[in-house]
Write a protein that binds this ligand. Sequence first.
Ligand SMILES: Nc1nc2c(ncn2[C@@H]2O[C@H](COP(=O)(O)OP(=O)(O)O)[C@@H](O)[C@H]2O)c(=O)[nH]1
Ligand SMILES: [Mg+2]
Length: 421
Amino acid sequence: MSSAATRHAAHPAADAALAPVSPPPGVAGLHRGVLRGDRRAVARAISHIEQGAADAAALGAALAPHLGRAHVIGITGAPGAGKSTLVHSLLGELLARGRRVGVVAVDPSSPLSAGAVLGDRVRMGEHGAHADVFIRSVASRGHLGGLSPTTRAIVDVLDAAGFDTVIVETVGAGQSEVEIMSVADTRVVVCPPGLGDAVQASKAGLLEIADLLVVSKADLPGAEPTERDLREMLQLRHPPAAAAWKVPVLRVQATAGDGVAALVERTLEHASHAGHGRRLHADAKSAAAAARVFHLAASDPFARATGILCVRGGPGEAEVAVTLRPEHINFNGTCHGGVIFALADTAFGLAANSRGTVAAGIDAHITYQQAAAVGETLSARAHEVSRGRKLAVYRVDVSRSDGRPVSSFTGTVYLTGQHHA
Ligand SMILES: Nc1nc2c(ncn2[C@@H]2O[C@H](COP(=O)(O)OP(=O)(O)O)[C@@H](O)[C@H]2O)c(=O)[nH]1
Ligand SMILES: [Mg+2]
């Protein structure tokens, strides 16, 4: 049995029946510590998220009602563009204005190469020790140059802990721009002087997402032509609409702090234009759905009696797991088909009810691919295939902890139109 499976089996949500909306034990203290702004709790919460701990989702659900105060600034640009240096001087400026600032530096290198991560830490070290600053470097986990999948959850922790500004530094390449878009309220693209035509073309995607453009290293020759180039590109790309935010181009020499105050001004201006908590608009629904799935699972006597634990929930999604015991085994010595059906059916029911409307199963079909034995942990992941006004269809994949498929299940529900309490 893998350690992931052990974590599933040990998931405390199974004991949460009496107070299903409050987080399971273990996470409870942590979420209170985070809300108090306790640095050690914040650090532990982030580690939980980074390690993909099974209770990270429950922690997220517990923090969900306390989010949306922080202004999240995303800073992106090619490696070496001067992002970390800029973040350092932004920190100084924001602290001078009485802000509490959290920083998440997403490093594109693998978790094993600590050098680059340390490099960022050392460069930010001076402010990193300040009581109103919390800096965390996280690995990008192979997302090429992009945000790590956990960045949003880490930003949530810093927001809940009372940091009024959260800066996310990431390397702009490939997927990352799309992800920054959803996490940051204000997106700053850093361009060093000397963009050639070829580089310009590859920057087009980044420029498209910019709320502010920064020409970094303004002391170097070429800063002025680069600024002009960027302004021209903006003119071509964004014909100015009356009410729309007009993307400013700012020249900054972060090493001397020149232009940093102006950058902070424009950033705050953008925040009052665009608001805080952009990432939560889509997230609010997910957090509510996750909380609902855990709540429903914890209040399901059949699932509890069978040892079925809820692992994950979301809008139209649920994952449950069971570790096979002797009483789950049939006369042939392998897992009873009824157990697999019950597991898949539980995931199906949770996913179908995750959006807050009461759903009643009207049809299900199951296939079996492979047997399983005592001690193995099976997980069932349900997702929505289609959802109309009256009917919704779900698919559930049941697999062993080594990933091998055990069963697939499809089911249809009738949407009653009633809402869960
Ligand atoms: N001349 C000059 N060099 C800078 C400036 N800002 C950053 N650099 C240098 O550019 C290099 C890359 O900076 P860094 O902040 O690590 O870039 P990042 O990879 O985008 O985070 C470092 O050697 C910095 O010292 C600046 O304003 N002027
Ligand atoms: Mg950097």
